[in-house]
Design a protein around this ligand. Structure first.
Ligand code: SG4
Ligand code: ZN
Length: 273
């Protein structure tokens, strides 16, 4: 099917072939700015004036709003559904305000893979993407999605290490059994999203890139948090029970990460010398 894409390196719809049907996914032009990338720490550029992202309303739990959790066959997506009076979660960065529209996960079958970005070639087992759009310059997410400066994605790495459950992720991960198959959806109460992040400020990496799935629009300002958050092995095991199809065959939803793309002419900036 023409619109299909997946993460399978063997078939015809895998990342190496995305560019055939989704031309923006090609990383070969010197001007291209595809994501994810390998962040080579020695090659990052310290910028003393790189601002720290400011998290707004990430510390608020609205009694009036819900979160929709859904399995779309590629990942689990968590989308806030705000009541009209509720203040929305935002990031302020480099003078612009970006509103959180959803967050989702990329993960691996073992601790050596799973994240999309790598640091000095090293993967983490989970990478969470908090997807925001620029509300100063765009009316809605769809308008922002294709435009330079339209989106900001904040990336948080997770590793399964702790013996006790991470309280923030415990709000979500036990719900995965209700969204085991593609198309499944469930609703949970809103909670404080800052419980999902390692504390800021810390070392961040900042660079211009793209969405990491087709159509790979080069509209994303990426912020990658260098600091990891620990979840328990029991929590990690819940990711590995998810399926990428509707249940007629047994297809694990796992290793849903795009391989790293060419850096080309870009520089990765960091806020810590
Ligand atoms: C995942 O496939 C999400 O399900 C998509 O969100 C998301 O697309 C896509 O990743 C790319 O986002 O942060 N990895 S990424 O670059 O946010 C968009 C939905 O399909 C446009 C809702
Ligand atoms: Zn993502």
């Amino acid at each position: 099917q023409a619109s299909e894409w997946d993460y399978n390196a063997e078939g015809d719809n895998g990342p190496a072939d995305w560019g055939k049907r989704f031309p923006k996914c090609n990383d070969t032009a010197s001007s291209s700015r595809q994501s994810p990338i390998n962040i080579v720490v020695d090659n990052t550029k310290y910028n003393a004036s790189l601002p720290t992202p400011e998290f707004i309303n990430y510390d608020v739990a609205h009694a009036t709003s819900n979160l929709i959790i859904s399995n779309n066959g590629h990942t689990v997506v968590v989308t806030p559904k705000y009541a009209s009076s509720d203040s929305k979660a935002q990031i302020k960065y480099k003078g612009k305000t970006y509103e959180l529209v959803q967050f989702h996960f990329h993960w691996g079958s073992d601790s050596k893979r799973g994240s999309e970005h790598t640091i000095d070639g090293k993967h983490f087992q989970v990478e969470v993407h908090f997807v925001h759009y620029n509300t100063d310059d765009f009316n809605n997410f769809n308008e922002a999605k294709t435009e330079e400066g339209g989106l900001l994605v904040y990336a948080q790495f997770l590793k399964s290490f702790a013996s006790s459950a991470n309280a923030g992720y415990q709000e979500i991960v036990p719900q995965f059994e209700k969204v085991k198959y593609k198309g499944n959806t469930t609703t949970i109460p809103h909670f404080k999203f800052d419980t999902l992040l390692s504390k800021v400020p810390d070392r961040i990496y900042s660079y211009p890139g793209s969405l990491t799935t087709p159509t790979c629009d080069e509209s994303v300002s990426w912020i990658v948090n260098s600091q990891t958050v620990e979840i328990s092995q029991d929590q990690m095991s819940k990711f590995l029970e998810l399926k990428s199809n509707k249940g007629e065959t047994n297809e694990d939803l796992v290793n849903n990460y795009r391989p790293v793309q060419k850096l080309q002419q870009r520089t990765v900036e960091t806020n810590v010398p």
